[in-house]
Design a protein around this ligand. Sequence first.
Ligand code: SF4
Length: 346
Amino acid sequence: MSDQNQVNRRSFLKTATGGSAAILSGCFSAGELLAQEKEFEIPNNRRSQASKGIDNPYQIDPKVLNRFDESEVAINVTPREVGMDNRTTSTGRDNVGLLSYNRLSVPEEIANIPPDLDDPKQLATQAKTIAKLAGADLVGICKLDRRWIYSHSQRNSESPDPPIKKTIEFEKVEKPYETDQKLVIPDRVNNVIVMAMEQNRVLTQCSPSMTTTCASSLGYSRMAIAVVMLAEYIRGMGYTAIPAMNGTGLSIPMAIDAGIGTCGRNGLLVSPEFGPNIRLCKVLTDMPLSPDKPIEFGVEEFCKTCKKCAIHCPSNALSHGERAWSGHRHNNPGTYKWYNDPVVSG
Ligand code: SF4
């Protein structure tokens, strides 16, 4: 790594305009970033008391579990089943617009400079701080488990029309790319930074109403800002970044792997800080990062007897029974959990 390269990258990171999180990484030393990270800590007894270091946070039947097809996700199935065009609320499509798999505002000459920092601990601290400065309330890091990446990306998501799909594949290539048939992620992308944003509790408690939609819409807006800023920071540091909201892969198992929370009877990720009142998004990357460990804080045991969500679910979509290895159609069999009926179609 030459001095010239250091000057160029640092100079870009310090002087770039446009609100990119890349600026932030150039403004703080590693120590200052660590201090910033502590500023963002949310004191929480349940997290501090949770058992960390869980190696197997869920049970999987490897003979049954396959990568899930995005066109089978509830929000994509419902428009087809009820003939409703839901595209105005689309959360974005893989590798489209701001969710591009390749750089947006980072100049090519900066992105092409070989990384000058490769310490996984230091980079994890930086990435988490950038994520929080970009709006995440909780951040965790895990190794990428490709079983959680969708087998297919639906290109006309939330449409009542038959799904138009592309496969998502991993190849030994330098940069992500897309053809008429497939979306390709470089083979070396092996880490995920998962972020959680708390939804406004008061607005959420107005459900079901249009007011509640404001809470989820604000959540989606925050997700978009955070994934784009974090991805641009990573690209500015010389690494590959794949930003994703609901797309590209299943956020919940990645969030479990990254130690953000565990899955409840309601089928949602339950976090110690905010319960299930969060939205999840993630950035896949080849940046070397120290992973976090999954946590265990008694949610599954509590859910066995609580059943409050199932009892009060207006559409009776949630399971009242025991966990199982498969459930209603539009679910992906092969994990031991509570399966819900996402489209309540019988
Ligand atoms: S069973 Fe109770 S604790 Fe578990 S997700 Fe439902 S409401 Fe929450």
